[in-house]
Write a protein that binds this ligand. Structure first.
Ligand code: AMP
Length: 429
């Protein structure tokens, strides 16, 4: 039989990586609590119809789709938003708003595997539903900033845009929704010339195309100046003007409340998912040119899923990519370095006693490994040392007769004999 490998695009996360992933996940969970988001756990498998309804062609074409044994058309979730929208349109239909819902888990997209791009990846996802006000958008941006800070990421920056500006122009130019979506996809991939050609073919005026061309050039860190320029650039397009005012209001809320977020506004910024209607943003670090997280406002999605009209704003953070950035910044997460103990019975007859001691230490919340290989003491100590264990508790006949055991500090290479009942006390010291 040939050697088994993981399926292309799938990875094993070995202990060191798994630990960092869970560390980030825990920070994400803590951030959810701090901002009042309640966790929900939705299925990895959903109906294809639900997942494909509003995802956008890019994501749709990359879903893992299959028929289950009951001949249902199903897919692995490529994101969380559709599942959350399903809940809000059904089970939560009559619940009082707003909803603040948090999810964390794996997602699946048949992307071309490369650094930071996998076919199975993890996201922490937050949706704030029921408010169309700028303070809701500000909360989602601030929450994202809090998480990036909490995990210890340095030099990250938000790229911010507003779908309402581009869509406002396209709508007033009578470009139909389907073409609008395709144009946004092209702009997301920075294929601007193709996008301009498409809108021209859709009958957009020369003036309109000129405005679009100007917008995609417009970006910068002086965010309020950029937004003002955007506004004057789109002055003949009423909805687009409103969109720039909305963007300005969100940014003002953030900065006037004393929060300093490193941001750049990019007027030509578009995102692949079709459902956005308002502000959109992504987070980047200098050493990685892929987004660590992204989100935005999507006010019409819940209706499209058959629910009450429910404005909403949300964000998904890529846990794998946050881990990659931490690794490339050589940031060691402040993982709790707990003391670990290995309990080694010297004589075969003392293994019950060793197990007893191990259980007692565990009930005192110490991390204990029991020697299970039947190794001689020297070998067992060598092994414990190699794996970075802090203490060995050696259970030998001579000491045991006096109700004692030997504790060896493997770092300091010192040892002492203590009463069995006092082992945990002396290790904790
Ligand atoms: P999206 O749902 O496309 O807005 O993605 C949100 C975040 O999920 C991105 O900013 C990435 O951090 C992460 N992400 C998306 N696709 C992948 C992938 N194929 N591999 C790893 N992370 C991903």
């Amino acid at each position: 039989m040939s050697e088994f490998k993981t399926v292309r695009g799938m990875r094993d996360l070995l202990p060191e990586e798994a630990r960092i992933m869970r560390y980030i996940e825990n920070k994400a969970r803590r951030t959810a609590e701090l901002y009042g988001f309640k966790e929900i756990i939705t299925p990895v498998v959903e109906s294809y119809e639900l997942l494909s309804a509003k995802a956008g062609e890019e994501v749709r074409s990359r879903m893992f789709v299959f028929k289950d044994l009951g001949n249902r058309n199903v897919a692995l979730r490529p994101e969380f938003t559709a599942s959350v929208a399903r809940l809000v349109a059904t089970t939560f239909r009559t619940e009082p708003k707003p909803f603040r819902l948090f999810s964390v888990g794996s997602n699946y997209r048949y992307d071309e595997p490369q650094k930071g791009r996998y076919r199975e990846f993890w996201q922490s996802n937050y949706e704030l539903m029921g408010s169309n006000r700028p303070e809701a958008d500000a909360e989602i941006l601030l929450l994202t900033d809090s998480l990036m800070k909490a995990v210890g990421l340095k030099g990250y920056k938000f790229k911010v845009g507003h779908v309402g500006v581009l869509r406002g122009i396209l709508a007033q130019e009578n470009v139909e929704d389907k073409v609008q979506n395709a144009v946004m996809q092209l702009m997301d991939k920075k294929q601007y010339e193709d996008a301009f050609r498409m809108v021209e073919e859709a009958g957009m005026s020369q003036k309109g195309v000129k405005v679009l061309r100007k917008l995609v050039e417009l970006k910068g860190d002086k965010v309020f100046d950029v937004v003002e320029e955007m506004k004057s650039c789109v002055e003949d397009y009423e909805k687009a003007v409103k969109a720039t005012e909305n963007l300005s209001e969100i940014l003002k809320l953030i900065s006037e409340s004393g929060n300093k977020i490193n941001m750049t506004v990019d007027a030509g910024f578009a995102r692949g998912l079709e459902y956005y209607t308002g502000i959109i943003f992504e987070v980047y670090v200098p050493d990685l040119d892929i987004a660590l997280g992204g989100g935005g406002r999507y006010d019409r999605l819940i209706e499209l899923f058959g629910g009450e009209p429910t404005p909403a704003v949300g964000v998904a953070h890529g846990i794998d990519r946050i881990m990659l950035s931490l690794q490339s910044q050589k940031t060691k997460p402040d993982l709790d370095e707990e003391k670990t103990v290995m309990v080694i019975p010297i004589q075969e007859e003392l293994k019950t006693e060793a197990l007893k001691i191990a259980q007692t230490l565990r009930s005192a919340v110490m991390m204990v490994e029991l020697e299970v290989m039947g190794r001689k003491m020297v070998k067992a100590l060598e092994d414990a040392d190699r794996r970075g264990i802090s203490y060995a508790v050696i259970v030998g006949e001579r000491e045991f007769k006096e109700g004692k055991a030997v504790i060896r500090d493997l770092k300091k290479r010192e040892q002492s004999t203590v009463e069995i009942g006092k082992i945990q006390e002396s290790i904790k010291k």
